[in-house]
Ligand binder design. Structure first.
Ligand code: RIB
Length: 294
């Protein structure tokens, strides 16, 4: 069957948040008050971060999602446009706040995050453009992700799910995923590596500073890691997913796309903020020229 060419390299169904970020020496315990050293607001949300990562890696990208009718929504939409990302399917929802993320980053660069979904919890556009790769996370509605993946499958696109934040998923949704990219915590919540690997073609478990494991047909291959000076890990997993999808859409084989993604994820930890730290292709390629550890 002859299919028309996809409209975009990568279509991302996902969230946009304004990230309210406090830098503190460590994470506070329950009931404890501690002093932070800095406060900043950054563009974020797993969908937007991944869209920026894919665009900065050279892909044509469309973002399907929602913002509220507030200043944060205006600010995030203008960042989407500045990054060259198509916003035709980015809705503004009247009377609803744009998503927010409250983030604490400690001296080791580790973060803890609380999200308030706001507009991300509203139904997204039913008009989804076609892409070579369709990438989603779980900060928007499951119905929207399932509908986008069903459409992607019928268009012959590759579907990539980053199941974050971690929630249990039905076998029906897992069955619509060609590639699943959880972290260790998320894969455990989904029933463990073996259980998940039996339900998707390609399982990629991100391991933070240790790189990532690629599991296909029962065989596990370690990817990376790249050693960098860590400032802030927020958005590193998003850099991995967006960069991976971009390279997959460009025709890289899986091993090359994974090595590129691992380098992009490492680079994203070297600067503060989620969207601001998403790396550009030339920086990723420079890091790729250095030998990987492991
Ligand atoms: O993955 C990092 C992102 O998680 C942050 O940008 C925050 O908005 C939350 O969605």
């Amino acid at each position: 069957m002859n299919r028309p060419s996809p409209e975009f390299d990568v279509v991302i169904v996902g969230s946009l948040n304004l990230d309210l970020v406090v830098r503190a020496p460590r994470q506070p315990s329950g009931g404890e008050t501690i002093s932070g050293s800095h406060y900043a607001e950054y563009a974020g949300g797993k969908g937007l971060n991944q869209a920026v990562a894919a665009a900065r890696s050279g892909a044509s990208v469309a973002l399907v999602g929602n913002v509220g009718d507030d200043d944060a929504g205006v600010r995030l939409r203008s960042i989407v446009r500045d990054e060259g990302i198509d916003d035709t399917c980015l809705r503004t929802i009247d009377g609803v706040a744009t998503g927010r993320a409250l983030i604490t980053v400690d001296d080791a660069g580790e973060n803890s995050i609380i999200i308030v979904a706001g507009a991300n919890a509203e139904p997204a556009s039913a008009e989804i453009p076609s892409g070579r790769v369709v990438l989603a996370q779980l900060e928007t509605t499951l119905e929207g992700v399932a509908a986008a993946f069903a459409r992607a499958r019928s268009d012959g696109a590759v579907t990539v799910l980053n199941p974050a934040p971690a929630i249990e998923l039905t076998d029906d949704l897992l069955g619509l995923c060609d590639v699943l990219i959880p972290n260790e915590h998320e894969v455990d919540l989904l029933g463990g590596r073996r259980h998940v690997a039996e339900r998707v073609d390609q399982l990629i478990v991100t391991l933070g500073a240790a790189g990532a494991d690629h599991i296909e047909a029962g065989v596990t291959t370690r990817v990376g890691p790249f050693v960098v000076d860590v400032v802030d890990t927020t958005g590193a997993g998003d850099a991995f997913c967006g960069a991976f999808s971009s390279r997959l859409a460009a025709g890289d084989d899986l091993a090359d796309a994974l090595r590129y993604a691992s380098a992009a994820g490492a680079l994203a930890t070297t600067a503060p903020g989620a969207v601001p730290s998403q790396p550009h292709r030339n920086d990723v390629e420079r890091l790729l020229d250095r030998p990987a550890v492991g």
